[in-house]
Design a protein around this ligand. Structure first.
Ligand code: F6R
Length: 608
């Protein structure tokens, strides 16, 4: 999704802005631009396409003069990717420049009103409206003007604003999309995400919703919408620069796949004490936990797939009904949730607009919310009733891998924790679950050691046009993730089906050479899935089976197999997902795809 950067200090701003934008490339974008103030005028440079085009046009930023500036990478929403639609956008007289993440939902209305007052527009974006509004309403005081236009803007936004006559400051404001301010020595920074400024400073302020910051070279003042000064406490970013670098790997995605043992280990280790799962983050009493009649899970994409796995696990162990909702649908479906419903919100970024809205909807209906989030201090983490952080470290590749695995680890812990309180787990099972949980990182490593074999399998399969992932029960939940991973980075059409459902229509698509990836890690349903393998093979499919080491029937049934170590039923997804991630990665690599930033996708989707 779009990225914002800003700099004010003693150095030339252009090169700093370009370097910071490079650090945000992972978020996905289709054009980029910078604006600086040389003391007399605002200078804007922007280009369609990758950052290298902007770097070429500006000689790595050196051509734009001035020691204050803002920059942007744009992921098109309103208006095609083009130089004109790229940010920063200027107001008519060139006095205001704006970079914007998010969407202004009522921009057509505002554009119409401004046009009626004689203002002409140059781009098709919603953002230009903000620059024009600022100029139109400017009353001699920047903060007052920003406060005045905020209620006019419907939707979500994070803004970096510059005013020609005020070369000593950048104004930042947010409602919805995240913004951070990096604190330096005689220089300060603005960014939509930490990696942009991590090589410059580790001390940051996170701007909360409806806060306005005036960022100068030697001061940062934050206001609320009544223009009261807000005292902010600085946060120190603990993770290292290496975490945001490729560390010798060709792609972030491969690095992050390989980091999964650590991500799972870090997520569980501080939460298992003397053989017990201890979730101090949850403030619910045992009585409250017992009082819930149902569990509601809201999330998007891969996080939603974790939710589907969770449904099987919670229902199996807790014997309570679980609903998993695609977050974008939830709010608009008049959902049946109330104070007797526990809502679990799953999100890597903690900023996904659909998930956030779904959480608010659940809260409005009286439901208690527990968020499972990776990014510390993100909106969902802050606004949920409780938050359990996944400790996966920063995830840079657009396609999630290690955050998915860390989210699963939290789900297992929640199942064990609730199961114990509800009296649904006997002590022997409890011990077994905990010991299998602790063994997961090492078992994941065993699968990672097979990466070369999986690469070899990928080399034989990358030219396929259609792929079906099938599985039953928890393997079906997992096949959803396998299919998404493959299609999002390799652009191969792929679908996930409950293995028994395929024959009710979709099997008509199976023909000679169709690739079917059959997941059958769940012992109880292994034979049934092997029958489904035979069904598709007899219609010409080539079947790659993924199952556990002891599954001889699978080895005999499938055309080729990838076998994973055994663990307890509920934790099989943590192992089975790994070969699917590696397979998707190498298939995409053999196809020459841009793996870390797949087309049309963004890391954090902050628009509904
Ligand atoms: C797929 C992927 C997305 C995200 C989804 C939710 O690889 O990464 O499907 O899972 O956009 O994002 P978060 O977890 O940040 O809410």
């Amino acid at each position: 999704m779009c990225g914002i950067v800003g700099y004010i200090g003693d150095h030339q701003a252009g090169p700093v802005l370009v370097q910071s934008l490079e650090k945000l490339e992972y978020r996905g974008y289709d054009s980029a631009g910078v604006c600086t103030n040389d003391g007399q005028k605002l200078i804007v440079e922007k280009e369609k396409g990758k950052l290298k085009e902007l770097k070429k046009a500006t000689d790595d930023g050196k051509k734009v003069q001035g020691t204050v500036g803002i920059g942007h990478t744009r992921w098109a929403t309103h208006g095609e990717p083009s130089k004109i639609n790229a940010h920063p956008h200027l107001s008519s007289s060139g006095s205001f420049a704006v970079v914007h993440n998010g969407i202004i939902e009522n921009y057509m209305e505002l554009k119409h009103e401004l046009s009626a007052n004689g203002i002409s527009f140059h781009s098709s974006t919603d953002t230009e409206v903000i620059a024009q509004l600022l100029e139109y309403h400017y009353n001699g005081d920047l903060v007052d003007t920003v406060i005045k236009i905020m209620p006019l803007l419907k939707g979500s936004y994070a803004l970096g604003i510059m005013y020609r006559e005020a070369p000593d400051k950048i104004i930042a404001v947010r409602k919805g999309s995240p913004l951070i301010i990096g604190i330096g020595e005689n220089e300060n920074y603005l960014a939509s995400d930490v990696p942009a400024i991590l090589d410059k400073t580790r001390k940051i302020y996170r701007l909360a919703a409806n806060e306005i910051a005036v960022i100068k070279r030697d001061s940062i003042t934050v206001y609320d919408t009544d223009k009261n000064v807000v005292e902010k406490s600085a946060e120190t970013i603990e993770w290292s620069m290496d975490a945001a670098e490729k560390d010798g790997y060709e792609h972030f995605m491969l690095k992050e796949i390989m980091e999964q043992p650590k991500a799972v280990y870090n997520t569980i280790i501080e939460r298992i004490k003397d053989g017990r799962v201890v979730l101090d983050e949850i403030h619910l009493t045992a009585e409250q936990i017992k009082s819930f009649e149902k569990i509601n899970i809201v999330a998007c994409g891969s996080a939603y797939h974790v939710g589907v796995v969770a449904k099987y696990i919670f229902e199996k162990i807790l014997r309570k009904p679980v609903e998993v909702n695609v977050a974008s649908e939830f709010k608009y479906s008049d959902p049946i949730v109330d104070e007797k419903t526990l809502t679990i919100v799953i999100s890597q970024s903690g900023e996904t607009a659909d998930t956030k809205e779904a959480m608010y909807e659940a809260q409005r209906k009286g439901s208690y919310t527990i968020a499972v989030v990776n990014v510390v201090g993100s909106a969902i983490a802050v606004e949920a009733n409780d938050v359990i952080y996944t400790l996966a470290g920063p995830e840079i590749a657009v396609a999630t891998t290690k955050a998915y695995s860390a989210q699963l680890a939290v789900i297992y812990m929640l199942a064990i924790y609730f199961g114990d309180i509800l009296g649904k787990i006997n002590q022997e099972d409890y011990r077994n679950y905990v010991s299998e949980l602790l063994a997961l990182p090492e078992k994941i490593k065993l699968i990672l050691n097979k990466a070369e074999d999986i690469k070899n399998t990928a080399s034989k399969l990358f030219a396929r046009k259609d792929v079906f992932f099938i599985g039953r029960n928890i393997d079906y939940a997992l096949s959803l993730e396998g299919s998404l991973k493959l299609k999002e980075i390799s652009y191969i059409h792929s679908e996930a089906y409950a293995a028994g459902e395929l024959k009710h229509g979709t099997i008509s698509l199976i023909e000679k050479g169709t690739l079917v990836i059959a997941l059958t890690t769940y012992e109880d349903l292994h034979e049934k899935t092997c029958s489904n393998i035979k069904e598709v093979q007899s219609r010409g499919a080539y079947v790659l089976g993924i199952g556990c080491e002891n599954m001889q029937l699978l080895v005999r049934s499938a055309d080729s197999t990838i076998l994973i170590p055994k663990t307890c039923d509920i934790m099989l997804p943590s192992l089975a997902v790994v070969p699917m991630q590696i397979l998707a990665y190498y298939i995409a690599r053999f196809k020459g795809c841009e793996i870390d930033t797949p087309r049309n996708l963004a890391k954090s989707v902050t628009v509904e």
